[in-house]
Design a protein around this ligand. Structure first.
Ligand code: CS2
Length: 448
């Protein structure tokens, strides 16, 4: 049977769309495996209107199915299929009229974001990059009547509409893998709004609550039909495959209410720092190490690279250093064991070239902080040095991957001292002695 709301009702499955109370920017597989799944499990009537990011592609098949799709939870032993109905509108991100109308609706109380690390357009200091040509173009558009193109530009336009309508406060929840993502989003969005109109900037400060989150669910890109979905009786053009594991930690206020995500397993905490660092360094850090070290050794997926003793040793050495940078009371032994099981799930075909996108930003957030902590304590950082040397080597070899900073990487890689130039790109404060150690490691690897 075709998968849509009419066929679900015909099959006796409740499927009337909930009213839109959440706006999401960045409609992709991860959002559909994570926030949409939590919202569905909370089951308390919060419908999602989801807008695509860079490419409008994802909206088409989903909109044709009234936002309904199958989520396949793929464990080591088999697949579990769930039909997700919490997305009630799937829209092209360029549909700003609809976005404005929803943002101006007092019933909408939450905005969630999965716009990728690079989508925030931050500079090396973590502030909005006002020199970015797209950001500058958005500021011009927002001061006049043009259409902004960056996700934050579109959101500022929506907030303008909300302020004009007097629709009240709202929560913005960043679900991207950026340290202190709530604070970062607050700074970037407030400064963008203030550039456009000082009064709007002040309204954002007063009326918008920025929630920090750590999100976790490994969700590889996937197209095509899945047998388990067909066997469940559905013909679905928008299936998402994910792992059985899911985690969501949140810190912050929701002035206009929120779904009962806590009923669905999300955790609300007073200090997200340790949870965020544990996930970002141990899971995402390992992913980025595998994405730079795996392909030169012939691997294409996380499971393959993780099964290679050389790659595994590199991850283990980095983990051993990273855990010393976590607060002492953060559990990490069972966490690492669990990560190892998740990475080894070969039924999840998680391609390394997917993870390799925007590697420069990822190195900055996932690996460099460990180098910084260890250097500050005067401790050996051999594991982190090996991981950074693998990245430097991949950058010099020019392994292609989508990266907004590709030009800067290419320029650094062909500088007279490529190691120093590349490291300066991801951590301008890394000291010369550290740079020499990475250089020595690279030379040793070349000889080995
Ligand atoms: C990955 C993440 O692509 C990447 O950079 O490290 O998407 C990772 O799979 C998720 O954060 C898991 O929660």
């Amino acid at each position: 049977m075709e998968l849509n709301r009419a066929s679900l009702s015909a099959a006796g499955i409740p499927s009337a769309p909930d009213p839109v109370r959440i706006v999401h920017l960045g409609l992709g597989a991860f959002h559909r495996a994570h926030q949409a799944w939590y919202t569905q499990r909370a089951g308390d009537g919060w419908g999602i209107a989801a807008f695509t990011g860079r490419s409008p592609r994802a909206a088409g098949p989903l909109a044709a199915q009234d936002g309904v799709y199958a989520l396949v939870e793929r464990g080591v032993d088999g697949d579990a299929v769930r039909v997700i109905t919490s997305i009630v509108e799937a829209r092209d991100g360029a549909d700003l009229d609809r976005l404005d109308r929803l943002m101006a609706d007092p019933a909408v109380g939450v905005v969630t974001l999965t716009i990728t690390e690079a989508g925030y357009r931050l500079d090396a200091a973590g502030d909005l990059d006002l020199d970015d040509p797209d950001v500058a173009a958005d500021i011009r558009a927002l001061r006049g009547t043009g259409a902004p193109k960056t996700p934050l530009g579109r959101l500022v336009r929506g907030l303008q509409a909300r302020r004009t309508a007097g629709a009240g406060p709202i929560a913005i929840v960043s679900c991207d893998n950026i340290p202190a993502n709530g604070a970062v989003t607050c700074r970037a969005l407030t400064s963008l709004a203030a550039e456009v109109d000082a009064a709007l900037g002040a309204w954002v400060t007063d009326s918008v609550s920025f929630v920090s989150t750590s999100v976790d669910r490994i969700t590889p890109a996937h197209t095509g039909e899945v047998e388990a979905v067909r066997e469940a009786g559905w013909h679905d053009n928008a299936t998402v495959i994910t792992e059985p594991f899911a985690d969501w930690v949140l810190e912050g206020e929701f002035p206009a209410g929120r779904p009962a995500w806590h009923e669905a397993g999300a955790r609300f905490v007073d200090d997200i720092g340790p949870w965020e660092e544990r996930k970002l360094w141990l899971l995402n850090g390992a992913h980025t190490i595998l994405a730079v070290a795996g392909p030169p050794r012939g691997h294409t997926t996380v499971a393959e690279a993780f099964a290679d003793p050389a790659c595994r040793a590199m991850v283990d050495a980095f983990w051993a250093e990273a855990v010393t940078c976590l607060p002492a009371d953060v559990e990490h032994v069972a966490y690492r064991r669990q990560l190892a099981r998740r990475f080894a799930n070969a039924r999840i075909v998680h391609r390394l070239d997917q993870i390799a996108g925007e590697t420069t930003t990822k190195i900055r957030y996932r690996l460099v902080p460990i180098a910084r902590h260890l250097r500050a304590r005067g401790e050996d950082a051999a594991g982190t040095i090996a991981a950074l040397a693998a990245w430097v080597s991949a950058a010099i070899a020019g392994i292609p991957a989508a990266d907004r900073e590709a030009d800067a990487v290419a320029a650094a890689a062909s500088a007279p001292d490529p190691v120093a130039a590349l490291l300066a790109l991801v951590g301008a404060d890394l000291d010369p002695d550290f740079v020499s150690q990475v250089r020595a490691r690279l030379a040793a690897a070349a000889i080995a």
